[in-house]
Design a protein around this ligand. Sequence first.
Ligand code: IPE
Ligand code: IPE
Ligand code: MG
Length: 246
Amino acid sequence: MLRQIDAARLPRHVAIIMDGNGRWARNRHLPRVAGHRAGISSVRAAVETAARLHLPALTLYAFSTENWKRPESETSFLMRLLRRYLRDELSELQENNIRLQAIGRISELPEAVRDELRSTCQATASNTGTVLSLALNYSGRTELVDTFRLLAERVRRGELAPEAIDEQLIGAGLFTRGLPDPDLLIRTSGELRLSNFLLWQIAYAELWVTNTLWPDFRAKHFYQAILDFQSRDRRFGGLSDEPHAE
Ligand code: IPE
Ligand code: IPE
Ligand code: MG
């Protein structure tokens, strides 16, 4: 499958909604958290694949702001798992030349998680390969609220004219500033919704949903998604390149 992929037409940014850990565990009569633990291998596979393909950016939805509605036992497990991931995967990130960053309201995460994030992000800051953004305590709507508040504040101080607010300026206020918009959005476990992920940035992303549950996701699924992406006719509201009748 790797050989079928056209290296000249790769997505510049792939975003993944990693869903289905709980169902994977339930299918095995295991507690939900076993699914989260198993999902770490899939994160590794996705990161390695992105690095192998030299994708400029990979963004993984790891924990939404709405996920705080889950029982404390599950959210605290996820926070511990995240810390362990950051500690254990540092060498893997370095070997793959990955630069890690976190997107979301990071200041609201537990201090121990913030400390681990800070040190892993700093340790990988000079890497020049794929930018891996982990969406943590992330919500697309609150990201927009925060951005609009900052812009409103600049208007109030007289630094910015309302007419100067355009798509570039809004994009530059988002957590994903500096990254191209996702070309491809993958969601595992079959759910046909966005769950508040990157609402502004995915305006023209190609969507690819698989019934595969996140803990079963491997490189071959990633390749499948990219091959499917490469077969799409992206028109961006215009007309396709094929000749058309006037
Ligand atoms: C995705 O799996 C992981 C997180 C949202 C943290 P879920 O935990 O949502 O698994 P399902 O959707 O219940 O199967
Ligand atoms: C989306 O999955 C969030 C993450 C994958 C982190 P959810 O399982 O939280 O989404 P819903 O509740 O099914 O929409
Ligand atoms: Mg889910």
